[in-house]
Design a protein around this ligand. Structure first.
Ligand code: TMP
Ligand code: ASP
Length: 243
């Protein structure tokens, strides 16, 4: 179902953002498109948008209830979310609890090994450059954020990780790693933005021993495992049951 909305502000790979009557509120529509490897792989899965919108809404609400500022205002229907307008910082903030994905391709760390402390990796958000990993020096060079903003980003991202890890553990899910985006609202406050969903998190079923069966996130699509929608449905089912 579509909603009354203003003009399109931005269309990304998985979402469209629209203006509303209110100058500091946007409507976000979650799309059924799924992409991987910088869009080299692209498919549509019916209900994917709605699953991610609902999962994100519940997670944002959970974080808000725990004092974490997010852009989330309200779920408008299964695929549409009302959010605060934010100036998104062009940085993808990745927090890792378990070594997997690019971390294991780029370091000798063994797949699945638990990290002693959560690791924060920052990537420059630019598809034309392939979202490259940023060093501290390059972050300074590009003046993307000040050092005090970087500290705030780091502490907010780690707080999100702490709350989500505990929440997920309670519903037998393992939070392997995830990507956050953040931005500043009109009052200059730093908020968690974008989405938090199985598109942007690696989530494993703690009850499964099998290293393929346990995957409930977009890796099912990246690795051609099938059952991606069923994985997302299971994540939503467990979150709904616990709240
Ligand atoms: P990576 O291991 O491929 O670097 O991915 C780390 C986490 O970030 C993983 O949970 C998936 C998520 N992610 C995105 O949300 N968008 C992206 O474009 C990429 C590359 C990863
Ligand atoms: N979101 C990214 C893309 O399409 C990559 C990924 O999530 O694997 O291109």
């Amino acid at each position: 179902m579509s909603l009354a909305h203003g003009s399109l502000v931005y269309e990304g790979k998985a979402k469209r953002v629209f203006r509303t009557d209110h100058h500091d509120e946007f409507l976000v529509q979650f799309k059924d498109d799924v992409t991987a490897f910088n869009s080299k792989k692209h498919e549509k899965f019916e209900t994917k948008g709605s699953l991610n919108c609902q999962i994100s809404a519940l997670i944002f609400k959970f974080l808000e209830d725990n004092g974490i500022p997010t852009h989330f205002i309200d779920l408008r229907n299964d695929c549409w979310m009302l959010v605060q307008k934010v100036e998104v910082i062009p940085i993808e903030i990745v927090i890792r609890n378990i070594a997997y994905g690019s971390l294991c391709k780029e370091t000798p760390l063994e797949i699945g090994s638990e990290l002693a402390h959560p690791l924060m990796d920052l990537y420059y958000k630019d598809d034309s450059l392939g979202d490259p990993l940023l060093t501290d020096a390059r972050l300074d060079l590009l003046s993307l954020v000040s050092s005090s903003q970087k500290k705030k980003i780091r502490s907010l991202a780690l707080e999100v990780n702490n709350f989500l890890k505990i929440f997920f553990t309670g519903i037998d899910l393992v939070l392997v790693d995830f990507k956050l985006e953040m931005g500043f609202n009109n009052r200059g406050e730093l908020l968690v933005a974008d989405e938090i969903s199985p598109d942007t998190c690696r989530i494993w079923d703690a009850k499964s021993e099998n290293c393929q069966d346990r995957i409930l996130d977009k890796d099912r699509f990246r690795k051609d495992l099938g059952g991606m929608i069923e994985g997302y449905e299971e994540v939503l089912r467990r979150i709904k049951k616990s709240l």
